[in-house]
Design a protein around this ligand. Structure first.
Ligand SMILES: Nc1ncnc2c1ncn2[C@@H]1O[C@H](COP(=O)(O)OP(=O)(O)OP(=O)(O)O)[C@@H](O)[C@H]1O
Length: 415
């Protein structure tokens, strides 16, 4: 396909996303990375290319280009003009109206139900991986996704655990399993993000403590007080520590919190709405005006009210922006995990030879000390993968990427 790259619209931990135009004038999004580092993007391509659903971002092809003497791997997708769900929350003053939360939640769930019915676990559901477009929310970024064997219920290959620590389910944080229920947990966390503009564990600023808390504390994220009882009940069905007790996407679609948004007639009401070009377009709100929801009706005036604008300004003017903070976290990828696992084992083992000391000195010293004291108080890293997960997620992305030589450690074994 003949196409040209436009300006960058987003950057993730692995790739850059730009607007692009085809020879025939169609606009789409292209996610690109240098070919030698494109393993994860190619993985995403393998998933996206066999999926097709109104609430999963649409695949449009892929190619390899040569730009400035560099080979680039490019993945084409539909362009989602409204940005991410996290951006939408921020734009609305750091908190979405409950009706809008229900609207987006039902759409994410429809996408999730489809993925699960095709044997795919997304593994990284969060506001930043949900994109907003003309017809509402679509699930994006399948870079961490996995196939589940429908007979055994386990992943098809021994794929290491991935995702974003704040949104990880307890069994994932412990390194035990990452199946469909892990997506349900992450969805519950995303609902909290929509309701509060904050991460599900807002008062913990040490990533290692967050993972420890998720894995072993027995606690649940706090449900926002101001939510309706139906919204809280919905959260209680997503956020159950035992994955077997969590509701499936199909069950959740029937929950009263979402009733107004997923019944066939309301769905067709959604589909026949005019097509706003972004989350800020009045059309999307107008289409929901007066829509009956549990506990009342959608009042879209509140979305553009002075209170909402002041809220937005207050966020812009310096209240904590957790999304920015979150950018410093690692999304655990296979190679990084293998490399870091080796590193952490070396750090906590008693056989710290010269080589390992050299490695230790490349890690942020304060955090390395935290690893050691944490791992020291929780047994040897070699007992399970979970401790390594905690350790590697406590390192800031920039520190790790710039200082650790992954090549050197790629032969380290996942324990
Ligand atoms: N189809 C799209 N349309 C519009 N913007 C997009 C699209 N895909 C991605 N973006 C933007 O690019 C950003 C990065 O995309 P994405 O999350 O897929 O990259 P990534 O490298 O996989 O990120 P991560 O750090 O989550 O692994 C998104 O947060 C979003 O702002």
């Amino acid at each position: 396909m003949d196409w040209s790259r436009g300006h960058a619209i987003g950057r993730g931990s692995s790739a850059t996303v730009s607007v692009a135009t085809s020879g025939s004038g169609d606009i789409f999004a292209v996610k690109s990375i240098e070919l030698p580092q494109s393993e994860f993007l190619q993985r995403e391509q393998q998933f996206l290319s066999c999926l097709c659903h109104p609430h999963v971002v649409t695949y449009k092809g892929c190619d390899i280009t040569r730009e400035n003497n560099t080979f680039m791997y490019n993945l084409f997708m539909e362009y989602m003009s409204g940005g991410t769900l996290s951006d939408a929350v921020c734009d609305q003053g750091g908190r979405l109206d409950e009706a809008l939360m229900g609207y987006y939640t039902s759409q994410i769930l429809q996408g999730l139900d489809y993925l699960h019915s095709r044997g795919v676990v997304h593994c990284d559901i969060k506001g930043r991986n949900v994109l907003i477009g003309e017809k509402g929310a679509k699930i994006a970024d399948l870079g961490c996704a996995k196939w589940i064997n429908s007979v055994t219920g386990h992943t098809m290959a021994a794929v290491p655990i991935g995702g974003t620590p704040m949104f990880m389910a307890p069994e994932v944080a412990r390194g035990e399993d990452q199946g469909f229920p892990a997506d349900t947990w992450a969805l519950g966390c995303t609902v909290i993000e929509m309701a509060t503009g904050c991460p599900p564990w807002p008062n913990v600023n040490n990533p290692m403590s967050v993972l420890y808390r998720i894995a072993f504390s027995g606690e649940l994220p706090e449900f926002p007080d101001f939510l309706s009882s139906q919204a809280k009940d919905f959260l209680s069905k997503c956020l159950r520590r035992d994955p077997k007790e969590r509701w499936t996407a199909k069950q959740l679609l029937k929950h009263p919190f979402l009733e107004a948004f997923v019944s066939p007639e309301k769905q067709s009401q959604d589909i026949t709405t005019s097509s706003p070009t972004s989350i800020l377009d009045q059309g999307i709100w107008n289409s929901m005006e007066g829509l009956e929801i549990p506990g009342g009706f959608v009042n879209t005036n509140s979305l553009n009210s002075p209170a909402s604008r002041i809220g937005k300004l207050s966020v812009e003017s310096g209240l904590p922006n957790w999304a920015k903070w979150e950018e410093t976290w690692i999304t655990i990828r296979r190679n990084e995990a293998v490399a870091l696992c080796g590193s952490v084992t070396a750090l906590v083992g008693d056989e710290v030879d010269g080589d390992d000391m050299e490695l230790e000195s490349t890690v942020n010293v304060g955090e390395a000390e935290e690893w050691i004291s944490f791992l020291g108080s929780n047994g040897s890293c070699s007992n399970s993968c979970s401790n390594f997960l905690m350790a590697c997620t406590c390192v800031e992305h920039s520190d790790v990427m710039s200082s650790l030589n992954f090549e050197r450690h790629k032969d380290a074994q996942v324990l």
